[in-house]
Design a protein around this ligand. Structure first.
Ligand code: CO
Length: 218
């Protein structure tokens, strides 16, 4: 069996470097985390959440899964959101998709992914919610890009419908849900302008149609 000595060595070097640069670094972190942001992103190894937004350990609470989906019956994701909102009191929930997402592509192409098809069914739901628009796009590359975007919109909708989020808004808590998309090609994040800081904005996002939710390239 091959060992992972290289990773363990990297870790020791990293810990030593942190300690050298900030002597109280680990001491401060061990008592509590106090992140302002909660990131819901794709598991894709090319989208390292903390790194692309320049945040340090302790500053970003993270949940990642294939195709950055927020499925209300997924206890894992919903528990993470619940904890982030109720206990960590994060101020921002960021749903960040990415162009070139393998999960989105598998759903678009109808590939046989075995068990994962059950998960990717939720991307197909996003497709169906935007069926007319997507069917009208003739270029495969454009359709793929657009499905990555509308998938973010659908997940923002799901977040904004969760009872814990609605309850926070009712209590006038400072909490904003954002929809972003990351481009692996150039490392840039694009704001899809899907922002809800309360119930009325969330309702606005839920009722968005093509004329109002424009692709960033439109
Ligand atoms: Co992905």
């Amino acid at each position: 069996m091959r060992s992972l000595d290289n990773l363990l060595r990297n870790n020791r070097e990293w810990a030593a470097r942190q300690k050298r640069e900030k002597p109280d670094y680990f001491e401060k972190l061990q008592y509590q985390q106090n992140p302002e942001y909660f990131w819901i992103g794709c598991s894709d190894s090319r989208v390292p959440s903390n790194e692309i937004v320049g945040l340090q350990p302790g500053e970003l609470f993270v949940h990642r899964n294939v195709a950055n989906l927020v499925v209300p019956s997924d206890l894992n994701c919903v528990s993470a959101i619940h904890y982030a909102v109720s206990d960590l009191h994060v101020k921002h929930i960021i749903v960040c998709g990415h162009y070139g997402c393998g999960g989105v592509r598998a759903a678009l192409d109808g590939l046989d992914m075995g068990l994962a098809d059950n998960w990717l069914m939720h991307v197909r739901d996003a497709y169906e919610a935007h069926f007319e628009e997507l069917e009208g796009i003739t270029s495969y590359a454009e359709k793929f890009r657009r499905l990555c975007e509308v998938n973010v919109l659908e997940q923002v909708r799901h977040v904004s419908r969760l009872p814990v989020v609605e309850k926070a808004w009712k209590a006038r808590k400072d909490l904003t849900v954002h929809g972003w998309i990351y481009s692996i090609q150039d490392g840039l994040i694009h704001d899809l302008h899907l922002k809800a800081s309360g119930q009325s904005e969330a309702t606005g996002i839920r009722s968005l149609n093509r004329s109002r939710f424009r692709s960033r390239r439109d």
